[in-house]
Design a protein around this ligand. Sequence first.
Ligand SMILES: NC(=O)c1ccc[n+]([C@@H]2O[C@H](COP(=O)([O-])OP(=O)(O)OC[C@H]3O[C@@H](n4cnc5c(N)ncnc54)[C@H](OP(=O)(O)O)[C@@H]3O)[C@@H](O)[C@H]2O)c1
Length: 238
Amino acid sequence: MTWAEEESKGTVLITGANRGLGLEMAKQFLADNYQVYGTSRKPEKAIELKEAGATVLGLDVTSEESIATMVKTLAGEPIDILINNAGYFGPKLMNQGMATIDTLTRKEMEDCLTVNTMGPIFVTQALLPNLRAGGQKKVINISTRAGIIASGGSPYAYGYKVSKAALNMVTTNLSAGLQKEGFIVISLAPGHNKTHMGTQGAPLDPKDSMPMVKQLILDLKPEQSGGFWFYTGKRLPW
Ligand SMILES: NC(=O)c1ccc[n+]([C@@H]2O[C@H](COP(=O)([O-])OP(=O)(O)OC[C@H]3O[C@@H](n4cnc5c(N)ncnc54)[C@H](OP(=O)(O)O)[C@@H]3O)[C@@H](O)[C@H]2O)c1
């Protein structure tokens, strides 16, 4: 039986759900009887996502046309929770010679900002009618502790860190604008996980951390909107 045939608890749309944290989040929400739309740049290759029971939608968050096509496919269907998860670290992964000011390129900055900052802005904007029609009105921007300005910085990963710090500003702006309509908008740091981006040397297994992410999202209260939360439930500084 698929989610469409059962009585579902709500609808979640997760970007970049074909692998990594997005895929595990999709599985967790499906196991909790949520309907899941999982997006992928290559939907025909998102086999595991489809087999888990999600409805796979094509989406490149950097393309206006792709966003418009996805929204058209949804045909005004209510969405309770949007998880802006799709992300790009840069040409080098964590601990693999990440760009310093000496090696950073304009392309790396542009790619990070286009995927990590502008992606969530314009995906959220395009899905506002669906989210307004939804019951939970939650927007979750997957951020990172690497984007915390208060940490004092470090000399690497300029594109990633700047784009995620800017994403946190997107969160506070969206929350300020939408809270009066009952929206809850947060930034969420998922912890350092074993994925392509996080590398296999990461301490966390998404199978352990993503259930906590799912529960945090489901338990969110209006007063948490506009905040930055670690997957453990701890509040993070900007
Ligand atoms: N893993 C960690 O330790 C960690 C820590 C902190 C924060 N995060 C954040 O968690 C999120 C998920 O990361 P992950 O570890 O799961 O990374 P990942 O395994 O590298 O997966 C990234 C996902 O984003 C998608 N994506 C990249 N560019 C895209 C675009 N232009 N349009 C649509 N989708 C795009 C990828 O699709 P393709 O398969 O098509 O490339 C993939 O589905 C990211 O926002 C990341 O910054 C991760």
